[in-house]
Design a protein around this ligand. Structure first.
Ligand code: CTP
Ligand code: MG
Length: 233
């Protein structure tokens, strides 16, 4: 059973702004991509890590990957595509023979804990497809044109995180189906759902936040600063 983690870092980071691709943005001394790679590498359940970086390639990508030189699980990066799904497909095409499970992780989630990576890989090994998710703390309203239609039962709703982990045959089948139907999604699990296959939820971590806008980086810095003494102890 060989597990490969694809780390998707080929987005433009439009909502974030900034002058470098979001994955290369520094957070407490290393890039978001490097944080993500190191967290995945620290899980004994992951054998290989394959970064998917902007296809145009640039010095920043090289510098960021040089930073990770000692990480034995790291495979050479591949270039991504226009949509997240295209980047995932590019990564999937480059996984080594013998891969049985693929963990898809956003480079934009640098705070994922290795223990949760292991949890979700184990769940996918058992069930075929699994993702990290957290309950929704707020009351939810469904509305149209600014008017509430419904207040759904919050206990049935979860925020999807990454990694999302799939048996490679399921993921290939799901991508082929999406290609035929023209579906474009920002969540890999939804491709598996479209096959009718069960996708299992694994308790995630509210701190596994996604860096989307600039203020998310401030929150991530504060969370990391609080964790650091724990690492040094
Ligand atoms: N991603 C990717 N290839 C794409 C689009 C996204 O590899 N064509 C990656 C991003 O690099 C990110 C993750 O998917 O790590 C989640 O996407 P998102 O947070 O939306 O990042 P961006 O697409 O870069 O940001 P934006 O949508 O604001 O442009
Ligand atoms: Mg995006």
């Amino acid at each position: 059973m060989s597990v490969v983690a694809l780390v998707l870092a080929a987005g433009r980071g439009e909502r974030f702004g900034g002058d470098v691709p979001k994955g290369f943005t520094p957070l407490a001394g290393r890039s978001l991509l490097a944080h993500s790679v190191l967290a995945l590498a620290a899980s004994p359940e992951v054998q290989h890590i394959l970064p998917v970086v902007p296809a145009e390639g640039d010095a920043r990508a090289a510098a960021c990957l040089a930073e990770l030189e000692g990480v034995e699980k790291l495979l050479p990066p591949v270039g991504g595509g226009a949509e997240r799904q295209d980047s995932m497909r590019a990564g999937l095409a480059a996984v080594p023979d013998g891969t049985t499970l693929v963990a898809v992780h956003d480079a934009a989630r640098p705070l994922v804990r290795p223990s949760l990576v292991s949890d979700v890989v184990r769940a996918a090994r058992e069930h075929g497809a699994a993702l990290l998710a957290v309950p929704v703390p707020d009351t939810l309203k469904r509305a149209q044109g600014g008017v509430v239609i419904e207040t759904p039962d919050r206990s049935e709703y979860f925020r999807a995180q990454t990694p999302q982990v799939f048996r490679i045959d399921l993921l290939r089948e799901a991508l082929a189906k999406a290609e035929t139907s023209g579906a474009v999604v920002t969540d890999d699990a939804s491709l598996i759902e479209a096959l009718g296959a069960p996708v299992h939820l694994v308790p995630g971590d509210p701190e596994n936040l996604k860096i989307t806008v600039a203020s998310d980086l401030v929150a991530a810095e504060a969370l990391l600063a609080r964790r650091r003494p724990e690492w040094e102890a």
